[in-house]
Design a protein around this ligand. Structure first.
Ligand code: DX5
Ligand code: ZN
Length: 216
């Protein structure tokens, strides 16, 4: 399989010094950043919103994938686009009829992605594949970093891959050097890496390199 795009998540980083974390990730050669936005309602945790994203936009040119784990993404779409998001990922569980919102996302010049939680079946996302630039398959229930990879979701990765070989298929949750290989083998073309990115020595080229190596 071709090398997957590896996008570190800004969630388990050091929030006291995110600018330095972003510079370290740039130095490690990453091509995009995954931003985990949580509203304390769709998921049982809170993270950050548009003003924070706008401040990060001012310190890097890396593309931002905004993973919106929020109950009402339509309400905040413009704010995230204005803050500098390049790709907007919405949960099908939050927006069961996503066609209009996906069109709005593209209308604002962003890539549109649909996200599905582990219990959501492949059949639920299948009708929308022609409206998206990517599908993000969650391999944990969203809300927290550091959870265990759920192998069973790989069946959905395979199904999406079979149905749309050209579509970007990302996987998020529990990805590390021991799970990345299976995800890519199943057809994932993008790996979101949270807790496995960050290690005390700050050598993210090494931590992400191990994931890349395992994905070969
Ligand atoms: C889960 C988030 C993930 C998370 C991944 O709520 O959507 O992006 O940060 O973290 P790890 O890789 O530690 O599971
Ligand atoms: Zn995420």
């Amino acid at each position: 399989a071709p090398a997957p795009l590896i996008t570190p998540s800004l969630l388990d980083c050091d929030f006291a010094r995110v600018g330095e974390e972003i510079r370290a990730l740039e130095a490690a050669g990453v091509e995009a950043l995954h931003l985990d936005v949580m509203d304390g309602h769709f998921v049982p945790n809170l993270s950050y919103g548009p003003p924070v994203v706008a401040d990060w936009r001012a310190v890097t040119d890396l593309p931002f994938d905004a993973h919106l784990m929020i109950s009402d993404p339509a309400r905040y779409l413009d704010a995230f686009v204005d803050a500098g998001a390049d790709s907007i990922l919405i949960h099908l569980e939050a927006v069961p009829e996503p066609a209009d919102l996906l069109e709005r996302i593209r209308g604002r010049g962003c890539r549109a992605g649909l996200v599905i939680n582990p219990p959501t079946p492949w059949a639920a996302v299948e009708p929308h594949l022609d409206r998206v630039d990517s599908v993000l398959v969650m391999s944990v229930m969203p809300g927290f970093g550091g959870q265990q990879f759920q192998e069973a979701v790989l069946e959905k990765v395979r199904a999406i891959r079979r149905a749309r070989p050209a579509l970007r298929v990302a996987i998020d949750g529990g990805i590390n050097a021991s799970t990345a290989g299976r995800a890519v083998e199943a057809g994932a073309t993008q790996l979101v890496v949270g807790s496995a990115t960050y290690r005390p020595d700050g050598n993210y080229a090494a931590s992400l390199g191990e994931v890349a190596e395992a994905a070969r």
